[in-house]
Structure formats: structure tokens, C-alpha cells
Design a protein around this ligand. Sequence first.
Ligand SMILES: Cc1ncc(C[n+]2csc(CCOP(=O)(O)OP(=O)(O)O)c2C)c(N)n1
Ligand SMILES: [Mg+2]
Length: 739
Amino acid sequence: MATTKTDPKLALAANGAKKPKLYEGLTREQLIQAYRVMYTSRRVDDREILLKRQQKIYFQMSGAGHEGIGVAAGLALKSGYDWFYPYYRDRALCLALGVKPYDMFLQGVGAASDPSSGGRQMPSHWSYPSLHIVTQSSPTGSQILQAVGCAEGGRYFARHPKAAPVPASTFVDYRQFKNVSFQGNEVTYVSLGDGTSSEGEFWEAMNAAALEKLAVVFCVQDNGYAISVPVEVQTAGGSISRLVSGFPNFHFEEVDGTDPVASYAAFDRAVRHCREGHGPAFVHAHVIRPYSHSLSDDERLYRPDAERERDAQRDPVTRTQMFLLREGILDEKGINQLEKEVEAELQAAVDLALEALPPAPESITKFVYSPDLDPTSSVFDTQPVAPEVPADGKKPAGKTMADLITTTLRDEMRRDDRIIIFGEDVADCSREEYLKRKLVKGKGGVFKLTFGLQNEFGPDRVFNAPLAEAAIVGRATGMATRGLKPVVEIQFFDYIWPAMMQIRDELSVIRWRSNNGFSCPVVIRVAIGGYLTGGAIYHSQCGESVFTHIPGLRVVFPSNSQDAAGLLRTAIRCDDPVLFLEHKRLYRESFGRAAYPGPDYMIPFGKAKIVHPGTDLTVITYGAVVPRALQAAQKLEREQGVKVELIDLRCLNPFDWDTIAASVAKTNRALVAYEDTLSWGYGAEIAARLADQLFDKLDAPVRRVAAKDVFVAYQPILEDAILPQPNDLFLAMKELSEY
Ligand SMILES: Cc1ncc(C[n+]2csc(CCOP(=O)(O)OP(=O)(O)O)c2C)c(N)n1
Ligand SMILES: [Mg+2]
């Protein structure tokens, strides 16, 4: 245990009075308080283990062995000022920051009043908004990228303070429900285990933090094991410190994390480096794990007694107690007294928590989406402005979907300083001086939809991200938690999968799992779809139903430029995360061009459009199948007099059941058409609902037309055979109308 480094001669103050002895800057009172936190932390674990054995709580995850580094971090950082992305072993840190044992027991019993999640998350999944402890999940490592985004968010507001106040806008938007706080020199803490440092997201986060010189302290709590896997099997060479040592701009510390004094000294240096703006820091703390991985694990199956006894010699709680006695900071009586007080507090907290009411079953759907701003409401129903008539009186040329998406992004960025755009290639030119010297025109995306935005709004608001999709979504999630509105781009739908963990397990569930404590209304724009002649497997995929299956995520898929403008604006202004799917084939198609609908044009989510009215058959579709189905419907009407009612859903989650139901009640026949592979696709849900709710209205089976159950091939003859064509749609419509 580190003792004072103060020269004894200097311990005498100028007036001769003895200065109180400090331990790496910590006073005796602070050390007693540190011990109280560590002891409390261990005893909360012990109480939880007992409660679990008595079947009064349902899970237990201990912070045992990690108390030293936890309390040190709590002493070096400021609660409610700095930001925290702790992991499940950070019980001592949370206690040091002000969380009460009672709050922890409430989560254990799954109480309605559990401040972290209202009974939705297992214990040790911390979330305390007023302390800036951001809701934590179970996937190892997904918090790390968000911590980077959180630090970026804080820095953005410090550099652009006028983005922070809620504007007195004529139109409601997410800002009314997103108060921003920032300090200018705040630090973001993120922790993880040694095993978690094997996750790709860890490396993406380290890279981003180093590149951006962000004030993030990465704390690896190395207990030598990831469940049963020892560190030498996990980390090449057995030392994460050695592996990360080449990252620039970092301050590095490696410390005995069972020693709170040495840990505090290391943390203090790390935090100072960050707070002074020099960049991120890395604290590698060697700790122990005396209670197995969790209550479901028995480490004696893979660790011999001798090894476990070696660890026990380093137990941080016992060591700190010995240290206090040795230094004369507390005597045995004092220790006993402190421990008795803690036990009494815990007993009272447990008794109270066991009486807490469970959440009401009816509450389960609360906070899947924003309770404040409903994007299906009339607030988002505005009319397009009349197009300007050119001087020559000729009808103005319609704008492409690409044009209107760019225009909408520009309009919204002018209106809202919290919008930032990043992704792969989205900037005009990362080497700013080329733009300034007018040596280059700028790129603005592989489809050029963000062209000119960096030029107008600057590199703080429009910038290229490293090629790392999880990082794009994870950073955006962290930024949005702080109140920014990231509108990020995934270059091709085919490459969204590295971000899937962030989308499925983080972005879409943060509001729900924190019981509305946190939210992250990010917009993810994604170029999707085939019909490209040459796009092949990896530039043509659909797969929207994978995302419509995720509660908490809005999914939009426009088929024409006016809808794209109206829906993108709703996506940006609304208070929920949105996946905005842009069909590449439609970007510059002559179908569906339209005049600029104005800077406030919005379409509510979940409102379909009847593209072609009819009475004989309902066709439900969206995206690039809309023009193909329209062609087929027009031919069927011409040749057979069959009147097809063609519905463009525009928004896939929520979708407009009322329009579908009203149409099918009238036509008694339904065909669902979509570009994605047939089986388990988006049409399956619509077909199932039709069968369930409109069975007595149907005069024919519900049919589907979709892609074959294979990937999209390169050779155009194969692509044509794979994707639904106008003739496939024509034949299916004809057959169904004759049924
Ligand atoms: C992405 C993901 N994979 C697997 C798991 C299951 N799991 C939970 S904890 C854990 C080990 C983590 O070890 P480490 O990072 O060293 O942290 P420690 O528990 O030792 O503190 C695993 C594999 C998970 N939660 N998330
Ligand atoms: Mg570990």
C-alpha cells in the first residue's frame, strides 16, 4: 500500500505547526471515507448473495476485488460534473459518486422505484441521470464508444455554446425535451474488464479518442479472467498496457488496483491530463475477483486453491483496513464502529427494499418511444409550399430524391446547431486547406448527398469518421445522450452489420431500459437496395425487416423525393432514433421527382400514401418496388380493366395499418410486394395481420411478391431473375384479381 511521499522535513508548515499527513494528496478523513465506501460495497455484495440464495432477488454480479480502483476513480472525478460509463463491477465507484445501497437493492428486487431502470434491468446495471452515470447494458464493451461520443458531445457544446439553449421555435422538436449541460473541462470515465479489451469496439474507441484528443479516461480493471478465460489466452503477450502503448495523445498508468491510495494517485494524474485538454488517458488496474465471475459461476472448476489464495492476500478491503490500522488512522474500535454503522444502514436498506412494490405489468410498453413527442402526430403534418414559377412561366424541373435529401439536411443544419453529420466520406474534404485554397471541389459522400455541407457548416459539424460502423453509431449514441442530434451515414446497408450491436442492444433500448432516464434520438441514413445492374451481393442488399423487428427504432423507407424530404425532416426533429433508408436506385430516378417543398415540410411517421386508387385489389409496397408496381398496375388496368389500389407505406415502423385495412375491406384482395428476400420478410407481418384481422373480408389468399431467397448476383441477367420485376408484379396482380 502506497504511503506518503511527502518529505518529513516539509511536513512542518512555515509557522512550525505540523501539517496533517497526506497520502498521495488524500487526507485521513478521505481515507476513512474511502474505506467506508469499499466496505459498504463488499457488504452490499454479500447481502445480495444472501438475498439471491433466499430467492428474494433474481441475479447477482459482484464488484468484489475491484473496490480499490473504484473508490479511487470516485475520488479523482466529480459526481454530476464529469460523465460516467461504468461496467458491472463498478459498485464502489457508484457508491463513491453518491448512489445509495438502497438504490442498489431496489434494482435487485426489480422494484418499480428502482431509479436505474424501474425493474427492467438486472442488478449492477447502473443508471443515475443526476450523477451523470449513463445507463449501462450487458454486452461487454458497447459502452466504450458511447463514452467517446459523450466526450465529443461535451466538447462540441463548449465550442458551440449557442447550440445548447432550447430555442423558442415555432415548430416543436426534440430540443424541447433535451436539456443540455456541459462544463468545458469535464472528463468522461469508461471502464471495462481485461477480457473486454478483446472486443473490436474497444480498439475503435481507443483510436477515435486518440484521433480526436478527447477527455476520456479508459479504465481497464484487470482481474486476470474473463469468466474462465485467463488473460494470457485473451490478450496477446498477456498485457493490455503493452498493446495500447503506441496510441498517441494518451497518458498511460498501470497500477495495483487493490491499493486505493496508489490507484488514486494514478487516476489523479490521468484525470489531470484529460481535464487540461491533452487527450485521453488509460488506467490499467490490476485487481482480483474473489467471488467467481457471478453467482452462476464456480471458479474452483478452473482455478486451483493456491491461485485463489494468492489473490486473497491482495484483498483490497482487508488491505485497506490493515493500512488504516498501521498508519494509526483508525484503531480497532474505530473500524468496528464504522463497520457496525454500515451493517445497520444496509439492514435498513434491505428491509425497505424488500417492501418496495414491483412495477405494474401494464407499464411494459412505457418509454419504448419518447413520451413527449409523437412523430405520428399532426405536429409533423405540414403542407409543402407552392413551387416558385420561373420567369419564363415553364414548369420548373423536378428535384431528385438526392437533391431534396441534401436540401433538407442543409435546411435543418441552418435551423439547428445541434445537428452534426459524420460517417465514411461524408465530408467535402478532410484536408481543409485544399478546400480553403480552392484546390478541390469536395466530395460529400460516395453518392454526394452531403456535398457542400462541410463547406457551409465547417469541419466541427460535418466530418469524416474512421472506417468503423460500430464507432459511427456508438459515438452518435453517446453524443445524442448529451443532447446533440447526430445525423450519421452508413455508406451501404450491406455494411451496417458491425453496428448491429450498437443499434439493437443500445440505440433502440436506451430509453426503455433506463425508464426514460436517458434517450438518444440519432438519425442513421443508409443507402440501401438493388436494381443497380452490377451492384452484386455487397452493394444491393435489403434487410429492413431485421430492423423493423427492433422495438424502439423507427424505420422509414421513402420512394420519391417529396416524401424523402418530408420524412427526413420528421426524422431529424423527432425524439426517437430513426433508421432512414434511402434507395440508391431512386436517388436520381426520373420517377418521383418533385419541387422543393419548403424548409418546414414534414410528413408524420406511419402515414401511407395511396399512389394509385383502385377498387379491385390492394397492393401494399414501398421503396423501389413502388414505381415497378405502379407500372404493373397501370398495365393491368389498360389491358384488363382491373383497378389496383397501390399503397406506398413510406414508413415501415410504425406502419399505417388503418390505410391498409380500409383498402382491403374495400377490395377484398391483398398483395404485399417488397424487394427483400421473400421468406420471413417485411411482408410476412402484413400478411399475418391481414389473415388475423381481416379474414372475413378476404375473397382470396394474401399473396406476396419479393426477391428469391438468395443474395443479389452481379450479372444483370441473374439480378433480374432474383429481384421482383414489373412483370412478376403484373402476373401476381392478374392472378390474384382472377382468383
Ligand atoms: C458481447 C458479449 N459477449 C459475451 C458476454 C458474456 N460475458 C459476460 S461477462 C464476460 C466476461 C467479461 O470479462 P472481463 O471483461 O474480463 O470482465 P470481468 O467480468 O472479469 O470483470 C462474458 C464473456 C457479454 N455479456 N457480452
Ligand atoms: Mg476480467
